[in-house]
Design a protein around this ligand. Structure first.
Ligand SMILES: Nc1ncnc2c1ncn2[C@@H]1O[C@H](COP(=O)(O)OP(=O)(O)O)[C@@H](O)[C@H]1O
Ligand SMILES: [Mg+2]
Length: 269
């Protein structure tokens, strides 16, 4: 049986697709057979970030409609043999995703994969609902801004009441916080919420802090998940996230601003 992870947020542009690509690659690199599914029908960002956009022939909706089987639609990652991508359709309308269709695909993937990572679209509409409905674990991607925290909070409410686990009275979805695009200097300057502020509102288990980083744009331009850029801060932060998810203890990094760090070093306040 696979473990189904949804990468969700409510708000768009916070780093869900970046995160989905990075953690799917991270899990696969550790030898776990992993598939990452793009639920964002119409946008189709994931295959660009994974660098496989030219190889898309069939997509998730073709499989749901029975126009192709999973083997025809799954794309093996070019960097890692244990990673597969199920792309979204760029042209179909969002109604083509159905609960029964998604369930069938997830059940079939479950037989073969250890982890299924669902990259959720923004919002709380159908696509986002379907991406989270069957999840076992949720990575709640949040930026240190009031609007992002508010939308994440809303998504937590929906997961607690409208997921399959909630409907069947099962153990709830395990929720983890991923604070992304964190800029310690701007937090220090009071322009962004601090980690403590965010945790106070959401009170979730913190899986990691991903710093605002140029490496993310470089990675997406070159079609390689940023976790493969092992020298970069964001790449290392995502590697820590995967390790923590798998049960390793790693101290949190990338929290302090350089100024704050120097002050601490020299014993100031
Ligand atoms: N840690 C980060 N540092 C800098 N830019 C980031 C970071 N994470 C995401 N981005 C950028 O933010 C934008 C939105 O990211 P994306 O992963 O597509 O978000 P979503 O899937 O939530 O809409 C992209 O341009 C991406 O390159
Ligand atoms: Mg996205």
């Amino acid at each position: 049986m696979a473990r189904i992870i949804v990468v969700t947020s409510g708000k768009g542009g916070v780093g869900k697709t970046t995160t989905s690509a990075a953690i799917a690659m991270g899990l696969a690199k550790r030898g776990h057979k992993t598939v990452v599914i793009d639920f964002d029908v119409g946008l189709r960002n994931l295959d660009l970030i994974m660098g496989c956009e030219r190889r898309v022939v069939y997509d998730f909706i073709n499989v749901i409609n029975g126009e192709a089987n999973l083997n025809q639609a799954l794309i093996r990652d070019k960097h890692c043999n244990s990673l597969f991508i199920l792309p979204a359709s760029q042209t179909r309308d969002k109604d083509a995703l159905t609960l029964e269709g998604v369930e069938k695909v997830l059940e079939e993937l479950s037989k073969d994969f250890k982890y299924i990572v669902c990259d959720s679209p923004a919002g709380i509409e159908k696509g986002a609902h379907l991406a989270m409905y069957f999840a076992d674990d949720a990575f709640v991607v949040t930026n240190p801004e009031v609007s992002s925290v508010r939308d994440s909070d809303r998504m937590l409410g929906i997961m607690a009441s409208k997921s399959r686990r909630a409907e069947l009275g099962m153990e709830p979805i395990k929720e983890y916080l991923l604070l992304t695009r964190y800029d310690p200097d701007r937090v220090e300057a009071g322009e962004m919420l601090s980690l403590e502020d965010v945790q106070e509102i959401l009170s979730l288990h913190l899986l990691g802090i991903i710093p605002e980083s140029k490496a993310v744009l470089n990675a997406s331009n070159s079609g390689t998940p940023v976790i493969l850029d092992e020298k970069s801060d964001a790449g290392q932060a995502y590697a820590d996230v995967v390790a923590r998810y798998l049960g390793e203890k790693r101290p949190h990094r990338f929290i302090d601003s350089k100024k704050g760090f120097l002050r601490k070093l020299f014993g100031g306040k």
